[in-house]
Ligand binder design. Structure first.
Ligand code: HAM
Length: 416
């Protein structure tokens, strides 16, 4: 779990602003749900036999009433819970997004943390391939806006429940034939989650995985048409993709479209954004049956890619640093600072005393564009001085009430 110190936290805020504009430009609206949910929501939603539920959740018992609770490991199940609980799907589909901390007890490494942050997008009540494509296309636009390089899109179709059942039976039969060669994870998952066996990173199992029955070959007409529909729109939007027939996700709720954006920029091939369709989840969690799809990006991972090559140091500097020596000067300086803020300027009012020289050093170090300087002789006349700290320009003295319009005109141009 990480602290974000000011330089980094400022970058996060800048990123969050870009992301908010991007989400609005596609018509998505925010939803905020609690960090803590009943454990059963994730067991039922994400799936009993997933890594997340089996070993990664921070779960605890509420001491006061014995309820089983969990720090959310992801945002889709909570979003669906909230939408159902508040009847948001009544008569209309919804385009929603959320962002915030998620918790998984994983082994930490670069880009993998126990508290991490996701921006998640969910479109609920949409059945067609157009919205799956919208999600992928909007991702491509964001990577473009952020100037991310070396990103790859992998896509697959997981079909529907009957298609998966037929494939699963064939897969189990196939894996049983190779049981002696499977590792411990493989043996454990053989009957509980055989698709995940295909997701193994173990090089010794790659040959077995390569030759395993492909889910793609078990898809019926409707699932194939959906897949074709998504990929046709991607081609139309010039978003390159690779079909990865072995792409399975670590969460159980998906059907049909699944996709992952990966990069080599974070060490080994790493997924920084992923999602897909989950047409049964809403009903499974007690809502009225409705199709849906969505995705989430790991903010730490995107930030690592985005911040690459950015200079260290503050992103935003104040406009003005107000220095003042003397009691009367301090009072007038405070008034001047508030007037400047009313005019929309960012102002640091010097606190902690000291002579002009030491205060001017701090003004310079703050990165401010201007220093406003007030001494008792100026204060007695109701005037203040200002001086540009970067570039050319003389120190000038003006009546205090003229300071804000003067500085705003210099900083924002004459039409301010
Ligand atoms: P997920 O693949 O489990 O999907 O997580 C999405 C993204 O969150 C990952 O691609 C990764 O970038 C980031 N992430 C996951 N775990 C960590 C970690 N320990 N540290 C840092 N980043 C991490 C979901 O969570 C689904 N709810 C996505 C979704 C939304 N599907 C449909 N709608």
């Amino acid at each position: 779990m990480n602290d974000l110190l000011p330089d980094e936290a400022e970058r996060w805020e800048a990123f969050e602003e870009i992301v908010r504009d991007w989400l609005r430009s596609y018509g998505y609206r925010p939803i905020r749900t609690p960090i803590v949910e009943p454990t059963a929501l994730f067991v039922r939603g994400v799936g009993e036999h997933t890594d997340i539920v089996e070993k990664e959740m921070y779960s605890f018992e509420d001491r006061l009433n014995g309820e089983q609770l969990t720090l959310r490991p992801e945002g889709t199940a909570p979003c669906v819970r909230a939408v159902t609980e508040h009847n948001l799907l009544f008569g209309q589909p919804r385009r929603l997004y959320y962002s915030g901390p998620m918790f998984r007890h994983e082994r930490p490494q670069k880009g993998r943390y126990r508290q991490f942050h996701q921006v998640g997008v969910e479109a609920l009540g949409f059945a067609g391939p157009d919205v799956d494509a919208e999600h992928i296309i909007m991702c491509a636009r964001l990577w473009d806006d952020l100037g991310l390089e070396d990103v790859t899109l992998e896509i697959n179709s997981l079909g529907d429940a009957t298609e998966r059942a037929a494939h699963r039976a064939a897969l189990i039969a196939y894996l049983e034939g190779h049981q002696d060669k499977l590792d411990e994870d493989g043996k454990r998952r053989l009957y509980t989650n055989p698709l995940r066996v295909l997701d193994t990173k173990n090089p010794a199992l790659q040959a077995i995985v390569e030759a395993a029955p492909r889910l793609m070959d078990y898809l019926g007409e409707a699932s194939l048409a959906h897949y074709e529909g998504v990929t046709a729109l991607l081609r139309e939007a010039c978003v390159p993709y690779t079909l990865n027939t072995r792409l399975v996700r670590g969460l159980d709720y998906y059907n049909r479209t699944v996709f992952e954006w990966t990069t080599t920029r974070l060490g080994s091939q790493a997924t920084f954004c992923a999602g897909g369709r989950y047409d049964s989840l809403i009903e499974q969690l007690g809502g009225k049956s409705a199709p849906a799809c969505g995705f989430a990006m790991g903010m730490e991972r995107v930030m690592l890619m985005w911040a690459e090559g950015m200079e260290a140091g503050p992103l935003v500097s104040p406009d003005v640093y107000v220095v003042h020596v003397g009691e009367q000067a301090g009072r007038l300086a405070l008034r001047a600072a508030e007037q400047l803020r009313s005019a929309g300027l960012a102002v640091i009012y010097h606190c902690g005393g000291g002579n002009f020289k030491s205060q001017m050093k701090k003004a310079d170090a703050s990165g401010s564009a201007f220093a406003v300087i007030v001494g008792d002789d100026e204060a007695a006349a109701g005037e203040v001085s200002f001086k540009p700290l970067r570039g050319e320009g003389e120190q000038r003295r003006v009546p205090v009430d003229l300071l804000a319009p003067e500085l705003a005109a210099v900083l924002y141009g004459d039409d301010a």
